[in-house]
Write a protein that binds this ligand. Structure first.
Ligand code: ASC
Length: 148
């Protein structure tokens, strides 16, 4: 009796207050897809400025980077067991190479932190460089872990 209770307490303690919970695999899939949609949208607004497709607005770039820096942390709680099947482009390699997948995610997250810092400088050249690095980190994961 004591051991399962201890395991439960430890699990809850480590899970963190904002840990996402899912009733069904498709809920997890929808959740992570929603997070990726937000990431693409808010990164896209900054990338558009870096590419000269959207007029540069330093405050807007910073606000989008602040949102991005939060949402980049969300999808990775939603790649649990049993969420590899269904309406998903996630490749089976994710679950076969979870540490490598997490590492690629962490690389992207650290590039986003740098992008957030770059937007705080208000300097478009700094932002362009950081946008390029974030874009590469997105692409690395798409190439290996997302169906076309
Ligand atoms: C985006 C977006 C992605 C990445 C990727 C970078 O703006 O929505 O998924 O950049 O295309 O290679």
């Amino acid at each position: 009796m004591k051991l399962p209770l201890l395991a439960l307490v430890v699990t809850l303690g480590l899970s963190g207050a904002a840990q996402a919970q899912f009733q069904k695999p498709e809920d997890a899939i929808k959740y992570r897809q929603s997070a990726f949609t937000l990431m693409g949208n808010h990164f896209g607004r900054i990338a558009g400025m870096a590419q000269g497709k959207i007029p540069f607005d330093a405050k807007a770039a910073q606000a989008n980077a602040d949102v991005l820096a939060v949402v980049v942390n969300l999808p990775y709680t939603a790649f649990g067991e049993g969420t590899d099947l269904g309406n998903t482009k996630a490749k089976p390699e994710i679950w076969k190479e979870m540490p490598k997948f997490r590492e690629a995610a962490e690389k992207m997250q650290s590039e986003v932190v740098k992008l957030q810092a770059a937007t705080k400088t208000g300097n478009l050249d700094n932002i362009k460089a950081a946008v390029g690095d974030v874009g590469k980190s997105c692409k690395a994961c798409h190439d290996n872990y997302r169906e076309k």
